[in-house]
Design a protein around this ligand. Structure first.
Ligand code: HEM
Length: 380
């Protein structure tokens, strides 16, 4: 479940490599820590929409509304939205919500225990937990999940299955638009209600709030699920790791950072496009060309993290890039950290002797560049 072995050689021998992506287009693959860190925050690179990239000269230019998540917004509109999100996503707000986050975990674990042993932990807990937490905080009805999850996943996988990604765009937008109308009629104690109320022509535009709602569906829970799933596998596959964390909870903050660094989920998922020519390691990235700063590779760069491939639950000075950098860095990072911490703590408390079953190994999604378990049969 580690990052591809070639990354070590690429960092050493070809830190800016031209690659062909599954959908046929080419991009520059950037693998060293310093370059990835700098490019993520470089104003000469923007995030293209899935309607703009890769360019298809044969297709008509007007293809209807783009998906336009926050990742594709730029300039003052993006800044206004980030400003409005700063307080609801702040450390203080998330700290205040910790008891509710823990209740959500315990509620799901109650239901999981009722299913009897052995149990399947991804569907039973690791997947619904971040989704439930995000839905409650943002104000998306959790009970609508059967409707929006397949579309959100298709949009998220748009880099791999582009056409399918574009197809769901329209329906996802309509879902969020209807939700925003409902927030005006039936306000709740949630982020969408707060943002809808702040909508004024010169402050936060309706389009931005729509963008935020869409971003939550495509970026607000799936990454947390993948990290949680990988974290549990990482702790259970090496003898003693799970027990160490169970018996020494003071380790938790450093352990969470180390898991975020070590788990290679952010594997070439951030796609940038150059707006002007950029020189890097003797190569020229031309304006219009795509760049993939590979966070999963940067986080394993030995020149920054001593013995980078080793998981060290005590590691200090852990400046990993799991949450990106610059204007588009992850606004949900405090929430994601809380989900990982509380998600693991609730599991350690409830199942001090949790282990993988011998009969059924975990199954994995081998298609995706971001590996995470699809099923995780466990006993306790
Ligand atoms: C372990 C879990 C998570 C990881 C590793 C992660 C990582 C990232 C990264 C690397 C980016 C930057 C993408 C770019 O530069 O284009 C990003 C953006 C974003 N993330 Fe997260 N994320 C996680 C969880 C969350 C959660 C829980 C939320 C909200 C509930 C969230 C909301 C967002 C949003 C809205 C953006 C776009 C920000 C913008 O473009 O201004 N993420 N995330």
């Amino acid at each position: 479940m580690g990052p591809p072995e070639e990354y070590e050689r690429l960092r050493r021998e070809c830190p800016v490599a031209r690659v062909r992506l599954p959908m046929g287009a080419t991009a520059w693959y950037v693998t060293q820590y310093g370059d990835v860190r700098d490019l993520l925050a470089d104003p000469r690179l923007t995030r293209p929409t899935i309607n703009d990239w890769p360019p298809r000269p044969d297709e008509p230019t007007d293809q209807g509304p783009a998906l336009t998540t926050m990742m594709e917004l730029n300039g003052p509109q993006h800044m206004a939205l980030r400003k409005a999100l700063a307080e609801p996503f702040s450390v203080r707000t998330i700290q205040r919500r910790l008891p509710r986050i823990r209740q959500a975990a315990d509620r799901l674990l109650d239901a999981f225990a009722d299913g009897g042993r052995p149990g399947e932990l991804v569907g039973g807990y690791l997947e619904p937990f971040p989704l439930l937490v995000m839905c409650e905080l943002v104000g998306i009805p959790y009970e609508d999940r059967e409707y929006f999850l397949p579309m959100a996943d298709a949009a998220l996988g748009a880099l791999v299955t582009l056409e399918e990604g574009r197809e769901v765009t329209h329906r996802l937008r309509e879902y969020v638009r209807a939700l925003l109308d409902r927030k005006l009629r039936e306000p709740g104690d949630d982020m969408l209600t707060k943002l809808v109320r702040e909508c004024e022509p010169d402050a936060l535009r309706e389009e931005s709030v729509l963008s935020f709602g869409l971003s939550m569906l495509v970026a607000g829970y799936r990454t947390s699920t993948m990290f949680l799933g990988n974290a549990v596998v990482t702790l259970l596959t090496k003898p003693g790791r799970y027990a160490r964390l169970r018996d020494d909870r003071a380790l938790m903050p450093a352990a969470v950072e180390e898991l975020l660094r070590h788990i290679p989920v952010m594997n070439g998922v951030v796609l940038l496009q150059a707006v002007e020519d950029i020189e890097l390691h003797g190569r020229t990235i031309r304006a219009g060309e795509a760049v993939l700063p590979v966070i999963a590779s940067a986080n394993r760069d030995d020149t920054t993290f001593p013995h980078a491939d080793r998981l060290d639950l005590n590691r200090t000075g852990n400046n990993h890039l799991a949450f990106g950098r610059g204007a588009h860095n992850c606004p949900g990072s405090h929430l994601a950290r809380a989900e990982l911490t509380v998600g693991l703590e609730a599991l350690l408390d409830r199942y001090p002797h949790l282990h993988l079953t011998k009969e059924q190994p975990p199954t994995w999604d081998d298609e995706s560049p971001s590996k995470s378990p699809l099923t995780l049969p466990v006993d306790w």
